[in-house]
Design a binder for this molecule. Sequence first.
Ligand SMILES: *Cc1c(COP(=O)(O)O)cnc(C)c1O
Length: 402
Amino acid sequence: MTGSRGSPTGSKARYGRFGGRYVPETLMEALIRLDEAFTRAMADPAFQQDLSDHLTHYAGRPTPLTFCPNLSRSLGCRIYLKREDLLHGGAHKLNNTLGQALLARSMGKHRIIAETGAGQHGVATAIAGARLGIPVEVYMGETDIHRQALNVSRMRLLGAKVIPVASGTRTLKDAVNEALRDWVERVEDTYYLLGSVVGPHPYPLMVRTFQSVIGEEARRQVLEREGRLPDAILACVGGGSNAIGIFHRFLEDDVRLIGVEAGGEGLATGMHGASLCAGSPGVLHGALSYLLQDEDGQVSETHSIAAGLDYPGVGPELAHLRESGRMEAVSVTDRAAEEAFSLLARTEGIVPALESAHAIAHLVEIAGDLDRDSIVVVNLSGRGDKDVETTVSVPQGTGGSR
Ligand SMILES: *Cc1c(COP(=O)(O)O)cnc(C)c1O
């Protein structure tokens, strides 16, 4: 274990006391080389141009910043949505997978591996691999393979190989463990493409860098439209990549940043995914951060109606932002998220991912405390087509809330 060993020449591995590289020695060399390749790519104008071309002409950036007149009227503030649901693939995840797949290519890797839970990151990796002509293999828990049949088919259609994981609870955390094991064995020709701002350094830094395009655009767009910065920004938090992606450019500004976690059936029931609100510091998947664990340090089972928020850990930078007071962390229940899901569909004609609906739900909760001219930006991390079946219990066609 080498959590405290920094890299004298590389980028910063810690966010306050969080982050680091708690990995076996066999992976240290690979992580240091990855850090060097990433630093080199970021300073290389040709790499930046290539990434920018892919984001613009393939992925569909910039995504719009949409004003919501109806929801604004009913909640009593000025609401904008950053439309990552309109990115190719239907969520923000492609910003990261395209960036890392281009990095894999620049490093001369011939094989990409990834882990996936709900299948969304597996699909986004398969898209990037197909586009750049690099074979993709995705580790996925057997339980998740059964629960997420559509995404398994999508990955296969996109040419990726799905590898079932039968260990542990046969879900996301077990898939990460298997992917790390694979990487240790084939580190020479294999690139491990991690899906959120978690894992050992430099992953949290790399994923944040590739997702920061969200906040760069949102800041420019809101200044163009309103002539000033927003009062608050809300984003859902699973691993934390869409949240830090929109927050990062605003860290130095006087803007409230609110991360919304999966409250599941309520924090008191233990059936949730709220690592920041209800977890404690510990090491998971190579980094020190907040996580849901028992007294022995065994990782707890999590629950959320939104598959993308169903993860027991959270990125180390978010743990630091929360602990230092820069970011607020809150949670909303499955039920509140479902209500927000149909509210946004009925009022604005936009079906959000259930993950993103958590951020809308919290806005509904705090709207009473905001002024009429308060400007709020919600990161709409993905679209909700995948969730329509899950939420059929919500009353339909009740005529909207207006
Ligand atoms: C995967 C996913 C999330 C959660 O991941 P973060 O790393 O926390 O952003 C949120 N929303 C959508 C739509 C997702 O697909």
